[in-house]
Design a protein around this ligand. Structure first.
Ligand SMILES: Nc1ncnc2c1ncn2[C@@H]1O[C@H](COP(=O)(O)OP(=O)(O)OP(=O)(O)O)[C@@H](O)[C@H]1O
Ligand SMILES: [Mg+2]
Length: 250
């Protein structure tokens, strides 16, 4: 029996005017894996992630989450179903403590936002669960700090813990290392290795050192089309990939 993918992209296409940003794309994501999506600037990587999370509507094609066709679901619905996109900076409240951001998110997950005055949510204290999430991203020592005082790297960690608070079925990361120094990037690489067993990761990343440190599988986009997909060895030795993307690094 074939393994069933957590996420399946089937013949997805999206154009902006004359630009085919995604052209008949097929891609999947399996349990326990990091699938890296690479390709030149403008090749359609972010467009794909926006369609998966539901912020952009595809022109044609289907998106399946655990075999459920979610192609026409709202972003909100998809997020509730377990599609987590990190770096929605807007979801972090800067004037709140780190731990309170998490408690609020957990309350939202359980429907507390719908009725914030309901006793169930007022009386349930999410501190333990929030603290456990901070443990995963190694941020417990900052639990009571205001978000506004955090470093860039620590904010990233908080954002990831917020993504985890939604019990995600998969994680979408669009250039998560952007703006991080070498030390923070390395911490993030270690963290991602831990995370992928909780939820598989679709990772867009330009830094090939990071990609080769993390990816179980790599897919390469060029002008909206998938030009290769395989393990590291296959991708490194692929002539077309060398030509359009990796060539200048060797
Ligand atoms: N909202 C939009 N309106 C018009 N064109 C867009 C829009 N979003 C993306 N595009 C175009 O679609 C193509 C794919 O863009 P996309 O942002 O997906 O590329 P990318 O692979 O993420 O690039 P980068 O590596 O620079 O982040 C580009 O030609 C881009 O200019
Ligand atoms: Mg992009």
């Amino acid at each position: 029996m074939m393994k069933k993918p957590v996420l399946k992209i089937d013949k997805l296409s999206k154009s902006f005017g004359a630009i085919k940003a995604n052209d008949n794309l097929n891609l999947n994501l399996f349990k326990n894996e990091i699938h890296a999506l690479i390709g030149p600037n403008g090749s359609g990587k972010s467009t794909l992630v926006k369609q998966i999370s539901g912020f952009l509507k595809q022109d044609s094609g289907q998106i399946y989450l655990e075999e459920i066709d979610i192609s026409n679901y709202s972003a909100e619905h998809r997020s509730r179903m377990g599609i987590a996109r990190s770096f929605q900076i807007s979801s972090v409240i800067n004037s709140f403590k780190v731990i309170d951001n998490l408690r609020l998110s957990l309350m939202g997950r359980d429907g507390g936002y719908l009725n914030p005055f309901s006793n169930i949510y007022r009386n349930k204290d999410y501190s333990d669960e929030a603290f456990d999430l901070l443990k995963i991203v190694d941020l417990t020592n900052k639990a009571n700090d205001l978000v506004s005082t955090l470093s860039h790297g620590d904010k990233r960690k908080l954002e990831i813990s917020l993504a985890l608070s939604m019990n995600p079925k998969l994680l979408l990361f669009d250039e998560p290392m952007a703006g991080l120094d070498k030390t923070s990037s390395q911490l993030m690489i270690d963290l991602f290795k831990k995370l992928k067993v909780k939820a598989p990761i679709l990772l867009i990343e330009h830094d090939m050192e990071t990609v080769f440190a993390l990816a179980d599988r790599i897919s390469v986009l060029d002008y909206g089309s998938l030009i290769a997909s395989g393990n590291q060895k296959e991708i490194k030795s692929n002539a077309k990939v060398q030509e359009v993307y990796l060539g200048d690094e060797n």
